[in-house]
Design a protein around this ligand. Sequence first.
Ligand code: B4P
Length: 191
Amino acid sequence: MLNIILFGPPGAGKGTQAIKLSEKYGLVHISTGDLLRAEVKAETELGKAAKSLMDKGILVSDEIVTGMIDSKISKSLSGKGFIFDGFPRTLPQAESLDNILSKYSLAITITLALEVEEEELYKRISLRGKISGRVDDQDRNTFLKRMQVYNAETSPLKSFYKNKGILVLLNGAGSIEDIFNSLSREIDKKL
Ligand code: B4P
């Protein structure tokens, strides 16, 4: 199985590229952001708890997110693999992911980290905010909070995957197609 983590700050293009890569390589795309937004839309208890945190740019609890991931993985074990988009975002989530995968005798093949300057990230997110209606995309302070959370809790995961020898850093600035091609080149080396 080919199991990929697509990593990067808010607005780096994880969701955009994960959709294209999952189509090209036949992988199951698991986006914790999308799963949480679906819970919010359906007004479930989980969604109600998640909404206020997401709107403020704060992470939802590790326990909730990890439970959702385990359930999704267990339903697609006969496929070609997974692409994780926006997960893991904390060290406990990364450790849980390893534990869940090893339960099924699986492991992460590669972690692809998209690197983009903060001003470019803000430009993309505020543009999306005008069309998507996402509350967390519409306010500069919420963006700054998301960046602060990313720098404090998520970015340190790069060392976690570097130590495992499976981290690849890639420039996430440029056209969607050029970035897709450079991600594909890295994945092809693993096939
Ligand atoms: P996410 O849904 O993961 O949101 P994101 O980081 O903003 O998205 P992404 O990087 O995928 O950006 P995209 O491709 O769409 O998280 C939202 C919230 O959910 C979090 O703040 C948190 O509260 C919660 N959450 C999610 N996962 C969690 C977890 N594991 N644990 C706890 N809480 C969690 O790109 C952004 C925009 O840029 C798009 O409009 C796109 O069209 C554009 N774009 C993409 N690539 C471009 C390019 N190359 N050039 C120009 N524009 C580009």
